[in-house]
Design a binder for this molecule. Sequence first.
Ligand code: MLT
Ligand code: MN
Ligand code: ZN
Length: 297
Amino acid sequence: MRVVLLGTAAGGGFPQWNCVCALCAAARDGKLPTRTQECVAVSGNSRDWWLLNASPDIRTQLVSTGALAPGPGPRETPVRGVLLTDAEADHVMGLTILRGGPDLRIHAAPPVLETLAPLRAMLDRYARWDWADSLTEGGFVLSGGLTVSARPIGAKVPKYVSAAAPPAADDRWVTAYRVEDLATGGVLVYAPCVAAWTPTLDGLLATADCALLDGTFYTPDEMGTAVRSSHGQSAMGHLPVSGRHGSLAALARHPGPRRIYTHLNNTNPLLDPDSSARAQVTGAGVEVLPDGAEFTV
Ligand code: MLT
Ligand code: MN
Ligand code: ZN
């Protein structure tokens, strides 16, 4: 299976448009590589490509990726659809850019499909898409020789979902995907939104050849120290990389698969290749890759 990291930053990208923290300033000065918002493309046959999430930067990401170029017919595209892990704005707004794309299939868990109902109604006016339940019993098959199963891993609800009538806690709000290449047996695990480590993630990691994981924050207080959040909120909703209970400690139990952090927030010291944070992660055998990185699983 071919995997392309189209974007590797958290919501807002890197640098973030309205941020002058030291990291964003360094990116603006060309001293650190910039990153677009988190999104991945996978293919089992190099002809049928499936997007993992649809970032607001999807247009730039598709245009700059040769494998995803349209043609040879006037409106042909190798993009077959999108697998959503959640309903966060930075993972779904790219669907509006793809509007009118013919015959796309979108997989998402039931709470995500429900919350996107207004957006779906809008998009279906441009081209009728096939909206499918990602948690369907037995998983599902993607053209190009990939088989997929989704697993519920979190109850994090997007900010735009009504606070007046909060939804019941439901761990299907956030899912992880296990994508297997039927021909080679290669397994990619994709979990860019991890609020807490769960046995489900241990199970997924145990059979993975490669795991793409939530690396949003390095420390839990990052948002509080780099920029004062207007809501006084901390790094809630994303398990930090570091610390005794952080994701790096959990990953130490799974030395087998290739492990890569993605969805890096603009406050994360991992963005700087010369940081001690990056040395720590690299020393533990876990990777941070640039936008556009392509590899085979
Ligand atoms: C998240 O990953 O926590 C969200 O995408 C935050 C946001 O709304 O940008
Ligand atoms: Mn996000
Ligand atoms: Zn910043």
